[in-house]
Ligand binder design. Structure first.
Ligand code: AMP
Ligand code: ZN
Ligand code: FE
Ligand code: FE
Length: 301
């Protein structure tokens, strides 16, 4: 396997060539650093079992899993794209922004991510206060499903609800108690999308909108909004994702083509926390090459 591009690259010197063996590329996966259930080491092992050639670690609003994943990937037959899935907002609409290969020490981005994580913590406590009036869960109980530093999200509250016998699965929690239009939902601060995109680019990263057609999560970005974000530096759209239906994928593919955006595909794997399986959707090697060409924050491992 070609290991020519190490991980020591720093901003400005990590423009990368096309790696060998990039047949199966999955650019969206979570670990227990956020709301996945695999450790970063276990994610790498799962990627090998899924016969991926490249996997991206993209925890919500955090790079805390990068070092462990990198260590595991160095001795495994899979290459690692270090990334994150950033909580952003565009004209009141909640959007997930995948960011690849940015400099994790960039002060501006670091500050923004830490602000989102702390807002998520306050928000989770507020939701648990509300839910705790009607269901037998406590903040201490929710924390048992996290470790210090975890990006806390509704899935951890779901785990406590399952443990208390209130629901039978994360899925059931999301369609009932945790629903975003339900009485217990509390929003949290997210970074304005244009600022986040510019921040990712300034840190040498490559920004891609996650599941842009996931209608079941709520309203989605209009074509005009995607064009607006493209003018801020957006690089691509995650078209092939289970939450985008077939007609939506076709619309997004045409939109990407007309705006000169990359098309990616990925699983959004969360371990046992969701049904999504590694490699169920993949990114064409040509799109990965273009991401590598544009990135200068950190290198592919
Ligand atoms: P939050 O970011 O805290 O609002 O929670 C949303 C996150 O929960 C998303 O990133 C999803 O990955 C995850 N999620 C959404 N629906 C489900 C589900 N049915 N089961 C498990 N996880 C889910
Ligand atoms: Zn998630
Ligand atoms: Fe997402
Ligand atoms: Fe995700």
């Amino acid at each position: 396997m070609n290991r020519a591009s190490g991980d020591s690259a720093r901003a400005g010197e990590a423009r990368q060539g096309v790696p060998a063996n990039t047949g199966r590329v999955d650019l969206h996966a979570h670990t227990n650093v956020s709301d996945g259930t695999d450790s970063p080491t276990a994610l790498i092992a799962a990627a090998v079992r899924a016969e991926l050639d490249v996997v991206a670690i993209t925890d919500h609003d955090s790079t805390a899993g990068w070092d462990e994943a990198a260590e595991a990937a160095r001795s495994a037959e899979v290459r690692l794209v270090r990334g994150a899935e950033i909580s952003v907002v565009h004209h009141g609409l909640s959007v997930h922004l995948l960011a690849y290969l940015f400099d994790p020490a960039d002060p501006d981005l670091l500050g923004q991510l830490s602000r989102v994580r702390s807002a998520r913590l306050d928000r989770a406590r507020s939701m648990v206060d509300l839910i705790g009036r009607d269901y037998p869960i406590t903040w201490d109980g929710v924390q048992e499903w996290t470790t210090p530093g975890t990006t806390v999200g509704r899935p951890h509250i779901a785990d406590a609800l399952v443990a208390s016998g209130s629901v039978s699965s994360r899925d059931e929690a999301f369609t009932s108690i945790l629903a975003s239009d339900g009485p217990y939902y509390v929003p949290h601060f997210a970074i304005p999308a244009r600022a986040a995109i510019r921040g990712v680019r300034a840190a040498g990263g490559v920004p891609v909108i996650a599941h842009p057609g996931a209608e079941q999560r709520g309203r989605t970005l209009s074509d005009a909004a995607v064009a607006d974000l493209t003018s801020a530096g957006l690089a691509g759209l995650e078209v092939d994702h289970r939450d985008n239906d077939a007609a939506t994928r076709e619309r997004l593919r045409r939109l990407a083509e007309s705006l000169g955006l990359l098309v990616t595909g990925a699983s959004d794997y969360h371990g046992t926390g969701k049904r999504n399986r590694l490699g169920e959707n993949t990114t064409r090697p040509e799109a990965l090459s273009e991401i590598l060409r544009q990135a200068y924050g950190v290198a592919l491992i």
